[in-house]
Design a protein around this ligand. Structure first.
Ligand code: HEC
Length: 487
């Protein structure tokens, strides 16, 4: 038993830095082409109808218009364009280089579009103008960037790039692509986990790096994607927001990741408090919905730490049976059940936490592969578990305490991150697709297989849509709050 009764708010490590950056686009985007066409290359103030829609009208609407447009993409106006195709978004505001439309028009490994379908390709000037318009925010006729006020956003990390994909869970489109390098981080920086305020006003990101000399931080961003604050700490792992107090908790990344402490940060000013732990690599992190107890566990030692948040005392319980290595926990809305994904045991394990300080290990269910992440749907009736090595999602019926469904799909190859919607109607899963089974509709020059976000309908437990995103998507965070049910 380790205690920390003083609750002194003295950070032993870490520096608080307050910084402000403007969003996304930071540099100039030169027009390319040797022979600038008057009226295209010398445009300073881009007007959607006059400059962008004019290109689409002339070059694209012969196929991308009307009731049966090619690929489901209509280009007759801004409102159509931003809805994308049958497969996802056509453009990502502020990020021309990540926009499918630009990749298709400029592709060098395959014939650029629309030449591939028998029509002439855009001039360099036209492409340059389109890129600039996207990088300036894809502003429409009424002067606004698309999806600037979307409420339900899913922030998706990437294992192979310093990016965060922002996905709108109402529109089912990628609406932003944030590059940590635009905020002063290195090319080796990686977002590890994201937590979002329930009202969507701010989001927090744990950021590590493959380069040892790089700083590792927890960063705070606002809804407009401006970086507001950073707290430096080694191996920042998963994040959990307190349901009714102004604090968030930060675990460590993986096995043996020191120092041995859990960090509490005050959300408004990032004032830190370190809660000592007896073990390293305390990755898994979950809180009761009442905000009274928090649970973490080590990847090294099969022990579970129970943190009493009223006085920050920590108690430890041994996990019995086979070696687990819990990667993540999820607590149900009634606050009396917790499930954990055991990466070594290939099981999910149920804990009875009705008496939060005296938790009882119940049964384990096999997942046919090593499970990674999990989420309750808000009514508490089911838990969805990603099983990357098994290329499947296991659905647990929490009433009967058994595996109710096994979801397999082409778009679910190496599924990692998982999140739901406030209504619980859908579950979103990020998949890495590195095994060569997923058939991308195009693989562009210099890119590996794309990752995907798959949408599962929780009424049928079927994948109803697969949206391609950047390579190797990982954990995800959304503002979904599992409601608190009284016991
Ligand atoms: C002659 C017909 C034709 C013209 C003209 C044409 N397209 Fe296409 N477009 C297609 C077809 C067919 C597809 C679907 C097959 C594919 O993706 O290659 C497609 C696919 C696309 C996609 C990918 C949609 C997705 O999500 O997979 C984009 C973006 C696109 N077109 C943009 C444009 C733009 C911009 C123009 C004008 C500069 C244009 N197209 C002109 C026929 C056309």
């Amino acid at each position: 038993m380790t205690t920390n009764p003083n609750r002194s708010r003295v950070g032993r490590t870490g520096i608080l830095v307050l910084l402000c950056w403007s969003i996304g686009w930071l540099g100039g985007c030169e027009l390319i082409g040797d022979d600038p066409t008057p009226g295209v290359s010398d445009v300073t103030d881009i007007k959607y109808e006059e400059h962008i829609q004019a290109i689409f009208n002339q070059r694209c609407v012969s196929c991308h218009a009307g009731q049966n447009p090619s690929a489901g993409l209509r280009l007759e106006g801004w409102t159509w364009l931003i809805q994308g195709s049958d497969f996802g978004e056509a453009i990502i505001p502020f990020s021309s280089e990540d926009s499918r439309m630009v990749k298709m028009l400029t592709s060098t490994s395959i014939t650029p579009h629309p030449k591939d379908v028998g029509k002439s390709t855009l001039t360099d000037d036209e492409i340059g103008l389109l890129k600039r318009w996207i990088d300036e925010g894809a502003v429409g006729p009424l002067g606004a960037s698309p999806f600037a006020s979307s409420l339900n956003l899913l922030y998706v990390t990437h294992e192979s790039s310093p990016k965060i994909t922002v996905f709108d869970t109402d529109a089912w489109l990628v609406v932003r692509s944030l590059d940590l390098q635009d905020y002063g981080f290195s090319d080796r920086a990686r977002a590890y986990h994201v937590a979002v305020e329930p009202d969507g006003s701010y989001f927090y990101v744990s950021i590590g790096s493959a380069r040892a000399s790089d700083k590792q931080v927890v960063a705070k961003f606002n809804r407009q994607n401006q970086l507001l604050a950073q707290y430096e700490m080694p191996n920042p792992g998963l994040l959990a927001l307190h349901p009714n107090q102004n604090v968030l908790y930060v675990s460590r990344t993986a096995e043996s990741s020191d120092p041995r402490s859990l960090v509490e940060l005050r959300r408004t000013d990032f004032l830190p408090l370190h809660i000592p732990m007896s073990f390293a690599g305390n990755r898994a992190l979950a809180m009761r919905p009442f905000g009274d107890f928090l649970y973490t566990s080590s990847m090294d030692v099969d022990q579970l730490a129970i943190v009493d948040l009223s006085n920050l005392t920590v108690a430890y319980v041994d996990i019995t049976g086979i070696r687990q290595g819990f990667n993540q926990f999820a607590v149900g809305p009634a606050g009396n059940r917790m499930w954990g994904t055991g990466v070594f045991s290939n099981t999910v394990t149920l804990f009875d936490i009705s008496n939060p300080s005296k938790i009882v290990q119940r049964q384990s269910l096999f997942t046919d592969g090593s499970p990674f992440d999990l989420t309750f749907i808000p009514n508490g009736s089911k838990v969805y578990v990603t099983v990357p090595t098994g290329n499947r999602i296991k659905v647990i019926n929490t009433i009967l305490e058994l595996v109710e469904a096994d979801i397999r799909h082409q778009g679910l190859q190496e599924p990692l991150g998982i999140s739901t919607t406030q209504s619980g109607a859908y579950v979103f899963v990020s998949s890495r697709n590195q095994g060569g089974i997923y058939q991308a509709r195009r693989v562009f020059e210099g890119e590996g297989a794309p990752g995907t976000i798959s949408v599962i309908d929780t009424a049928t437990d079927k994948v109803i849509k697969v949206i391609e995103v950047g390579s190797k998507p990982g954990t995800m965070g959304s503002r979904i709050v599992v409601p608190t049910f009284t016991q």
